[in-house]
Design a protein around this ligand. Structure first.
Ligand SMILES: NC(=O)c1ccc[n+]([C@@H]2O[C@H](COP(=O)([O-])OP(=O)(O)OC[C@H]3O[C@@H](n4cnc5c(N)ncnc54)[C@H](O)[C@@H]3O)[C@@H](O)[C@H]2O)c1
Length: 360
């Protein structure tokens, strides 16, 4: 098992990466402080893994814990305030007090909803992330961003609320559909694009093993992404600056997801396209060069990810969506572009004509 500490003073927490972790509460029982736990999961994950978590909790030593399971409908279309209400109702039924703990068991959607509900209940109770998708293991479960979508845009409602622990059990990836695994690889590539050119080379060398879900190779990739993200979050927890870099490809990606109504593309797929758009725009503005864009495109294609916008997109519709992005300041668009692989930068006041040209 690999453990990475997220050093946030009194709110520091471990990220544990390994196998057999769900069924062995030794690695996470300490994170529960009270006598109530609510496992929040979705309709795909709960039937396979919720009982394993429940049994581990029942067998663990310490004060007995009253535990219930809430199963939410799966998918981004359900990442909304209605789902948060369901979690809050379940906490009320459980009689959850301030020392209760929410166990988020699932992908990024479950983690974001459950974490936000935990942030809201009694002004904030504990939660533990048990990510079961690659995307959630390398990205969404770490760093304390929680929240849900609003009809006008993704993740517009939310709170910063750090988990007490992140427990990434690679055994769960066995049942993850391969398209979802590939979508998670997009966020892995993103980490390399932002600030780790050596890691990009390593990904090129290990693309086949990653696609084959080789446990050792995946563990290395997950740990490297978590270490990178933990460092960024430690330096800039509330995204006053550097943390925005983690959104490389995301402003375009979110706009694409919102325009398509969240059901045509997976989040990671939209991010893959968004990264290529960001790289192209960087080249157009004289920041990065075409050779790096081509390398990025080639790696994403090898990993089975899309690299071009679906047909029928109006550049102006995407631009309008992008203006609602949370990174914008005083109405001006802020984007994450790059100077090449491993060197991302926050850029403001981007020429709209260049943007339209790239989107077209
Ligand atoms: N909070 C953050 O910092 C952050 C960062 C990146 C992304 N996100 C969010 O994460 C979400 C995407 O997360 P995701 O890609 O994990 O999607 P997801 O949670 O929708 O999971 C993908 C699908 O896989 C299923 N699934 C999950 N684990 C499984 C398993 N082990 N076996 C079988 N099926 C399984 C789910 O039921 C779902 O149908 C988006 O909403 C995005 O905005 C948040």
């Amino acid at each position: 098992m690999t453990t990475i500490e997220v050093g946030l003073g009194a709110r520091h927490y471990p990220i544990r990466i390994g196998t057999g972790l769900l069924g062995d509460a030794q690695g996470w029982r300490d994170a529960l402080r009270g006598g109530h736990a609510l496992i929040v999961s979705d309709g795909n994950v709960a039937p396979i893994y919720a009982q394993r978590l429940r049994d581990a909790l029942a067998q663990a030593s310490g004060t007995p814990i009253h535990c219930e399971v809430l199963v939410l409908p799966a998918g981004e279309a359900h990442k909304n305030l209605d789902a948060v209400s369901k979690v809050l109702d379940a906490l009320a039924r459980l009689g959850a007090t301030r020392d209760a703990c929410v166990l988020a068991l699932g992908g990024g959607v479950v983690g974001d909803i459950a974490g936000f509900a935990a942030a809201c209940w009694m002004r904030g109770i504990d939660f533990i992330q048990f990510p079961t998708t690659l995307l959630a293991m390398v990205d969404s479960s770490v760093g304390g961003k929680t929240g849900v979508d609003h009809p006008s845009g993704k993740n517009l409602i939310g709170a910063f609320h750090q988990p007490r622990a992140v427990i990434a059990d690679l055994d769960t990836l066995v049942t993850l559909p391969s398209r979802e695994l590939r979508a998670g690889l997009a966020e892995v590539v993103k980490t390399a694009c932002i600030g780790d050119a050596d890691f990009f080379e390593w990904l090129e060398a290990h693309a086949d093993a990653l696609l084959a879900a080789d446990t050792e190779v995946l563990t290395h990739a997950i740990a490297r992404c978590c270490r990178f993200k933990a460092g960024v979050v430690e330096r800039d927890e509330r995204e006053a600056g550097e943390r925005a870099l983690l959104n490389f490809g995301h402003t375009f990606g979110h706009a694409i997801e919102t325009e398509t109504g969240y059901d045509a593309l997976l989040h990671g797929e939209a991010v893959a396209i968004g990264m290529v758009v960001a790289a192209r725009l960087s080249a157009q503005l004289g920041m990065g060069d075409d050779a790096d864009t081509e390398r990025l495109e080639a790696l994403l294609k090898r990993l089975g990810l899309p690299t071009t916008l679906p047909t029928g997109f109006a550049p102006d519709a995407l631009l309008a969506r992008m203006h609602l992005d949370k990174k914008n300041r005083a109405g001006a668009l802020r984007l994450i572009l790059w100077h090449g692989i491993g060197r991302a930068e926050i850029v403001e006041n981007i020429d709209a004509t260049a943007m339209r040209a790239v989107l077209a």
